[in-house]
Write a protein that binds this ligand. Sequence first.
Ligand code: ADP
Ligand code: MG
Length: 206
Amino acid sequence: MKKVIELQNIKRDFQVGEETVHALRGVSFTINEGEFVTIMGTSGSGKSTLLNTLGCLDTPTSGEYLLDGISVRTMSKPQRAVLRNRKIGFVFQSYNLWPHMTVYENLAFGLEIKKVPKNVIRSEIERGLKLVNMSGYEKKYPGQLSGGQQQRIAIARALLLKPSVLLLDEPFSALDAKIRAQMREELKRIQEELNITVVFVTHDQE
Ligand code: ADP
Ligand code: MG
């Protein structure tokens, strides 16, 4: 089985005034292609720090991280940014859609930067919206959508760039219980449909 993520003894310290906060104290694990992994812990237990490490947004104090077999630790910041753009899809609790842009424009943005041809962008967006059950919403603005709908768009956007791994940091925490349960089921369906690797962070024991 192909390893997508390999963490070896990852430590992350934060200096807060005189005090050193040990956010990660030697984390090691492997995630294989196509796995759905949930990381659960109370607030302050280091979940976001861990996910930011996986997403190449944060640099560990020590330890080794291999993403698709590539060592992230020794990379420069620009190299890491390139790797992140190629391999990581990130979904946060806040939907992070651009409010002044339509759903279509929000989805097209990342692909346009990659110089993907316009007709390919159109068909990819059509496919992405269908995947998250949001076909027909191209011309809406984020403010016209519910929280759950906005998060569907954020998921579609993260998946459009065909990442090696989809990282979600408490993505449904802002939604009410019924929608949250529905979104969990949908995410599982999407993961099975695309056979992608997912790391899902939550404090919710459900
Ligand atoms: P979680 O996502 O599980 O709530 P975090 O990873 O955000 O936990 O935080 C883990 C610990 O690291 C906490 O004690 C937090 O205060 C600390 N921490 C996280 N980020 C920083 C930072 N940028 N500067 C200082 N301390 C931080
Ligand atoms: Mg967090």
